[in-house]
Design a protein around this ligand. Structure first.
Ligand SMILES: *Cc1c(COP(=O)(O)O)cnc(C)c1O
Length: 393
């Protein structure tokens, strides 16, 4: 499309974008270049946990931008130390490495597990992952992912990621051999269609990995940072993993991610891991603002309450239109449709007038909801009203 003096043709095509340019956002609302408003239940793919342009993030960016942008990853900075301290004080992990994207954090988790395998397990390097999992778009994280078709796209894959079936402990056991070093999974498969790992499965996986001397890695890039109603999703199953990755919500919309590990797993030595922007104060200052907001009294309880509310409203909608129910955790939920009309509904919701609605269909028969964690009940009602009208068409 033409936009002012320039054409969108100057961009590589990596997805089919509608002919819209978003110019402004506030809370649960986005505005395009024609002045149309959209109620946003995608929020940058579960990224903007405090909504669009929240004052906490704006203030943190402005203050930090006027103080110190980037002393170099070879030096400490204040926000980096503070954010690592907040994360370790609120989790079972002892140390943090900051990254810029979820894929990069997962790549770091894979490297850490392989290093641990070299040091402690005779060079074991295989990491068991799961069908329909999503861990990112670098070569190694695509290889770790269980997305159909990704095994041949950009072949050859990075070796060492045998795939088990989620919620099937026997399928994991069957893949363990002397080369196995870890098991890695999402507590709730997000891109795969909002499929939660059962608490009993997570507990069995923790027991099995302990018994066999394997690391348990949880990819909480989507499920973490309050998305499922607790700071991290794995705590709901009462398990203590060895390694965790965070992304998306931790930056509230800016590029920030993290790799966390327990002390006995932290075997990187100087030179093993790094990156130009890793731990830069501009982004970690935002992470501090996000975490302080989420950890304030009542915030996560509010997420749980609105998660329940969204769930009950989706169930009503499902009953009224004879759909297949809903599933998910906290404010990461999916409505199961009666046919493969997800993509058509997403398009109709976007094009609805005078106000559009932004939704996502991770599978053709599902709609996924990942609103801001501070979305209001009124905004949930408005979304349900719009979706109700679309489903009736
Ligand atoms: C989004 C996502 C990633 C990748 O994060 P990027 O920041 O896009 O690299 C990895 N794992 C999970 C579970 C995700 O949802």
């Amino acid at each position: 499309m033409q936009y002012g003096d320039y054409s969108s043709d100057a961009l590589m095509t990596i997805t089919n974008r509608p002919d819209l340019v978003f110019v402004r956002g506030e809370g649960s609302w986005l505005h395009d270049h024609n002045g149309k408003a959209y109620l946003d239940f995608i929020q940058g793919w579960a990224v903007n946990c405090l909504g669009h342009c929240p004052p906490q993030i704006r203030d943190a960016l402005v203050a930090q931008a006027g103080t110190l942008l980037n002393p170099s990853p070879a030096f400490y900075n204040g926000p980096m130390i503070e954010l690592a301290g907040i994360l370790t004080a609120n989790s079972v992990f002892d140390r943090v490495f900051f990254a810029n994207t979820g894929a990069e954090a997962n790549e770091g988790a894979i490297k850490l597990a392989r290093k641990w395998g070299q040091v402690h397990k005779g060079g074991a390097y295989e990491i068991i992952t799961f069908d329909h999992s999503f861990h990112g778009r670098t070569l190694a994280t695509m290889s770790a992912s269980g997305k159909p078709g990704w095994d041949t796209l950009f072949a050859p894959q990075v070796p060492g990621f045998p795939k088990a079936d989620l919620n099937d402990i026997a399928s994991v056991k069957a893949l363990i051999n002397e080369r196995t070093v870890a098991v890695m999974l999402e507590p709730v498969q997000g891109e795969g269609g909002v499929i939660p790992a059962d608490p009993a499965f997570l507990q069995a996986l923790r027991a099995l990995t302990r018994e066999r001397g394997l690391l348990l890695i949880v990819d909480e890039v989507q499920s973490g940072i309050g998305r499922t109603g607790t700071l991290f999703a794995h705590t709901q199953a009462g398990i203590e993993p060895d390694i965790m990755t965070l992304g998306k919500g931790i930056g509230g919309g800016v590029p920030l991610a993290a790799l966390l590990a327990r002390e006995d797993v932290c075997c990187f030595v100087p030179g093993d891991q790094g990156g130009t922007y890793n731990g830069n104060p501009l982004m970690t200052a935002v992470g501090v603002a996000v975490l302080r907001t989420l950890l304030a009294d009542g915030f996560l309880a509010g997420v749980r309450a609105r998660g329940e509310y969204l769930s009950s409203r989706l169930l009503e909608l499902s009953a009224r239109h004879s759909l297949g129910g809903e599933r998910g955790s906290g404010l990461l939920r999916a409505l199961i449709l009666d046919s493969d009309r997800g993509p058509a509904l997403v398009k109709a919701a976007l094009e609805q007038n005078p106000v559009g609605l932004l939704l996502n269909a991770p599978r053709p028969n599902l709609l996924r909801f990942m609103p801001a964690l501070n979305v209001s009940e009124g905004e949930i009602d408005q979304m349900i009203g719009m979706l109700d009208a679309l489903l009736g068409q």
